[in-house]
Every structure is written in C-alpha cells, then in structure tokens.
Design a protein. Structure first.
Length: 467
C-alpha cells in the first residue's frame, strides 16, 4: 500500500486485490435491500442490525421529470466485531456459563451452548461487514449511475481502521460496477482522505473536541441513565428465565443484555449472515424492546435527548452546506480550516458532484439531529417503548445500523428554477415538511433547505462545550 501523508490527513492511493462482483452474500444480504433474513428479529437490533432498506412512506425513486445533479453519501462502517470493552464483557458472561452451569442444563434451545465457545475479536470489520460495504458501493453506483458513470466520488473517512477499510471496500463495489457498466475507470484506486481520530484533532466525522460533552456527567451519563430506566421494564423477566434455564450462571442485568447482544454479533461474524442460535432465546416482543433500548442510547447520547448531542453534528452540517452551495465552509466547531480550505482535501465546485464520507453511528446521529431531521419526533419515553414506525418516528435500526447510508441529493426538475434537496436514510425518504416546508415528495428548494440550517450556522451550543 502506498500512503501519502498530506498535512496530517492521510491520502491513500493503494493497490488493491479486487474481489469478484458478487451481488449477495449467503442467502440473506443484497446490495439494495440489505439484510432480509428473519426480518421480524434482525430489523430490531438498533445500531447492531445489519443495513436493510427501510420502508418509505414517500417513493424513494428519482421523480420522473428530475435529474440528480449532486449526491453526498454519509455512511457508517460495515458490520464489525464487538468493541474491545464489550468483547471482554461477553467473554466473561460466557465464561460464567461454561464454569458454573451443569452440562445437563444444555437442552432445547440452550443445547448449542454445550459446544459454543466465545471467539469474537474486537473492533474490526467482519468479512460480512466488508462485503456489506462492497454491496453498498454497488447499490450506490446502480442508483446514481447517470452521474456515477462519468464522475469519480471524492472520498473521506474518519481515521479508525474499520472506517477506512469500509470506505475502501465501498470504492471497490463502486469501481466494479463502473467497470461492468462503462468498461473503464482510470481514476481507481480513488484518493481517500482519512482524518485521524486522535485527541485534539478537529474531525467532523468523529466527535471528541467538546470537553463537557465528553467528560461531564450532565451530558456523558444521560444515555446510560435513560437505558437503565427502560431496561428495568423488560430485562428482569428475561433475566429470571435465563437464570432458571441455566442454573448457577447467576446472570446479572448486564449479563442478560450481553446474551441478547450475542445474537447480532454472532450473526454478523458468520460470513453467510445466518442467524446465530442466541437469537432464538428471546421473543419478538423482547427484540422490539431491545431495539427501543438501543434507540434510547443514541437519542439520549447524540440526539435530541442530550443537550449537547446535536451540537456534535454541526461541523459536518456546515461542510454539507458548503458542498451543496459551492461556497467556502463557515464553521467554528469541529472543522479543520487547514483541511477545508485546501482543494486537495476539501474540493468544492459544481464539477464535484459525488461526495462519500465514512463515519460512525454516534457521529451520524449527531449530524441528523444538527440538521433537525427528527425534530418533530415526540420526546422518547424512558418508561415504555414508543411507536418508531410513525411518519416522523426515529429508531437507531432505521438510521444507523451497520453499513447504513444517508443520501443527500440535489435534483434539477422540469418547471423548477432552483435545484431541490432531498434526503434518504437507508432508502427511506425523510419528510422535510417540518424542516424546510418539504413537498409531498420530501423535497425543499436548495435555498430553503440551507436557510433552515440555522442551528448549524450558529454553531449549535458549541460555546457550552467548555467550562
Ligand atoms: C469449544 O472448545 C472446546 C474445548 O476446547 C472444544 O472441545 C469444542 O470443540 C469447541 N467448540 C467448537 C464449536 O469449536
Ligand atoms: C476470553 O477470556 C479468556 C480468559 O481470560 C482468555 O484466555 C481468552 O483469550 C478470551 N477470549 C476471547 C475471544 O477474547
Ligand atoms: C476490504 O478492504 C480491505 C482493505 O483494503 C481489504 O483488505 C479486504 O480484502 C477488502 N474486503 C473484501 C471482501 O474484498
Ligand atoms: C488540521 O489539519 C492539518 C492538515 O492535515 C493538520 O496538520 C493539523 O494538525 C490539523 N489541526 C487540527 C486542530 O486538527
Ligand atoms: C458540568 O456541566 C454542568 C452543566 O453545564 C455544570 O453546571 C457543571 O458545573 C459541570 N461540572 C463540571 C465538573 O465541570
Ligand atoms: C449472584 O450475583 C450477585 C451479584 O450480581 C451476587 O450478589 C450473588 O451473591 C450471586 N449469587 C450467587 C448464588 O452466586
Ligand atoms: C479546531 O477547532 C477549534 C475549536 O473549534 C478551533 O478553535 C480551531 O481553530 C480549529 N483548528 C483548525 C486548524 O481549524
Ligand atoms: C405506528 O404508527 C404507524 C404510522 O402512523 C401506524 O400505521 C401503526 O399502526 C402504529 N403502530 C402501533 C403499534 O401503534
Ligand atoms: C435531464 O437530463 C436530460 C439528458 O441530459 C435532459 O434532456 C433534460 O432536459 C434534463 N431535465 C431537466 C429537468 O433538467
């Protein structure tokens, strides 16, 4: 791999062994529709769901009399192993079972535990996750082929290995589709700007700079408090059942949640994406509650439920405004003015029609809330699960599953003097009615959309980040 370091940001230009262009993995995952096995369970894992196309009240195709002129992709990395701290906890939970539960207890749905060993790694993309990202590149190219066939996307990534790898895998899928379509792609491998996730680095694709948000309990503990409150409504029943079935394990509250987490993580650790046996230990209602529990974590961590959550997404929103309007970035939060004033690391102009940025679930949540996309969702209750499938509903599984993708589109339409902006998150058109007076197809004129981004333009509550 040849990597050029340019002013602290790493520009990758690597030689890559290409996989064959597969359209699906196992029998479960497809480029456009995403993960489609046992959807009554797998679509209710919060941010641990693998990407799936979310049903859209508004048709998600490009309106017949319009041409797409610009797309900004914002993507989460693909499916990964548990984070290092979680993998250590899961290992302990399984060790309790192995050392304390008599073999005679491993019957029925628990029989698999007799031979199950904890072998998951930490932090890295799984093979399934890599293929998800290749599929995402394929899906993007297919959806926007009119533009994609003639231009090369400008790609940025937050610096953590799995995010950079996700970006690279996405470009592979895009490239293979382009080769299949037009027969040549001389720009490949594409330039990739990776912004480090180190302390003190201004990075719009990764939060870290806002001191009080990161370290003061007023902000940092809101999500875990909300989750604990809701967990108390549904976890004790499951805990009692597991403890009765596996005597001696003495599962705590968090062991019980770990047992649920082991379902998604063992599923995406399997290259075919076949459901893990852990998944069958819980009922459909329990998965709905789990989904809501994970949703609360994002909403009270980085969304409207946290006083400084949406502020974390301000820097990226201001970059998006710059790209949409072909004007210089105006921001005093997490943007890096050195990077954003350099055309090599932040090109802007009408000739840059496709942008692709790669980040994390938490950061993307902050960005969606900085833009006010879910401002008309009622405050999420911590005492009972609310209906997330309502028109303005919000859920983690719908917005930031693994390999999730938001498309910010501009389109030129017959009879419209101005370009229109439309936003899709995982194929669901976000109704912009309460954001900027969006029409029945979910679109606002560019000037109205940008005019509505007052929270970001004013810097959110960045002034409150520092005591
Ligand atoms: C789990 O580990 C045990 C002990 O090392 C081994 O006998 C068993 O085959 C392993 N199970 C699987 C599914 O690999
Ligand atoms: C689980 O913990 C045991 C004991 O500390 C350790 O030997 C093993 O490597 C761990 N396994 C994984 C997959 O982390
Ligand atoms: C994904 O990208 C990484 C980094 O370039 C590469 O090592 C890996 O083989 C790719 N995955 C697939 C399935 O091609
Ligand atoms: C901004 O980016 C430049 C160029 O990559 C880098 O040298 C500098 O350290 C960055 N500064 C901050 C505060 O992130
Ligand atoms: C934490 O933030 C709250 C609210 O801004 C503030 O009142 C409090 O003084 C802060 N605590 C510390 C230790 O900075
Ligand atoms: C079960 O775990 C709890 C802590 O979660 C502990 O207080 C209790 O003593 C344990 N019970 C047994 C029988 O080990
Ligand atoms: C990085 O962000 C800080 C905090 O907003 C800002 O004061 C500083 O000027 C930024 N640095 C660069 C290089 O943009
Ligand atoms: C949730 O909201 C949707 C849309 O308003 C509605 O169709 C559905 O019946 C609601 N579900 C429940 C369980 O209330
Ligand atoms: C869309 O593009 C086609 C082909 O370039 C062109 O003929 C048509 O006028 C465009 N429509 C609009 C509304 O710009």
């Amino acid at each position: 791999m040849i990597a050029n370091v340019l002013c602290g940001a790493v520009l990758f230009s690597s030689v890559i062994a290409l996989p064959s262009l597969t359209s699906r993995q196992g029998l479960c995952d497809y480029p456009q529709e995403g993960y489609q096995c046992q959807t009554d369970i797998t679509h209710f894992w919060g941010q641990y769901s693998p990407y799936y196309a979310v049903p859209s009240d508004i048709p998600s195709d490009v309106p017949a009399t319009c041409n797409i002129t610009f797309v900004q992709l914002l993507s989460r990395h693909g499916s990964r192993d548990p984070t290092a701290s979680k993998t250590a906890q899961y290992n302990v939970t399984i060790a309790k079972i192995k050392s304390k539960v008599p073999a005679s207890a491993y019957t029925g749905q628990y029989a698999f535990l007799n031979t199950y060993n904890y072998t998951l790694g930490a932090d890295d993309l799984t093979l399934f996750g890599q293929q998800e990202m290749i599929n995402s590149g394929v899906a993007f190219f297919e959806r926007y082929s009119e533009l994609a066939k003639s231009v090369t996307p400008f790609v940025r990534s937050s610096g953590e290995a799995r995010v950079v790898e996700s970006a690279t895998n996405w470009t592979m899928g895009y490239h293979l589709s382009k080769l299949a379509d037009v027969g040549a792609d001389s720009d490949y491998p594409y330039t990739l700007v990776a912004i480090p996730e180190a302390d003190g680095v201004n990075n719009t694709l990764n939060h870290d700079l806002c001191d009080l948000f990161e370290h003061n309990a007023t902000y940092a503990n809101v999500a875990s408090n909300a989750q604990s409150k809701f967990a108390a409504t549904f976890i004790p029943t499951i805990q009692a059942r597991l403890n009765a079935a596996l005597p001696g394990a003495n599962f705590s509250n968090s062991d019980t949640i770990n047992m649920m987490d082991l379902c998604p993580f063992n599923t995406i650790a399997n290259p075919t994406g076949q459901l893990s046996a852990f998944c069958w230990l819980f009922s459909l209602d329990e998965w709905k509650n789990y989904d809501y529990y994970e949703t609360l974590g994002k909403y009270y961590g980085y969304g409207a439920g946290n006083p400084l959550g949406p502020t974390q997404g301000v820097g990226f929103t201001n970059e998006l405004i710059a790209r949409l309007t072909n004007t210089a970035v105006v921001d005093h939060t997490s943007t890096n003015s050195t990077l954003d004033s350099n055309p090599a690391t932040f090109p802007i102009g009408p000739w840059v029609k496709l942008y692709a940025d790669f980040s994390h679930d938490n950061d993307m949540t902050g960005m969606f809330y900085a833009m006010g996309l879910f401002n008309s969702t009622p405050t999420l209750s911590t005492s009972s699960a609310m209906n997330v499938t309502a028109t303005h509903g919000y859920s983690a599984a719908w917005t930031v599953p693994f390999a999730s993708r938001a498309y910010f589109e501009k389109m030129q339409c017959a009879g419209e003097s101005e370009e229109l902006v439309r936003i899709l998150i995982n194929e669901r058109v976000i109704p912009l009615d309460t954001v900027c007076g969006g029409d029945r197809l979910g679109r606002c004129p560019l000037s109205k959309f940008v005019g509505a981004m007052t929270f970001a333009k004013e810097g959110g509550h960045w002034d409150q980040c520092f005591a």
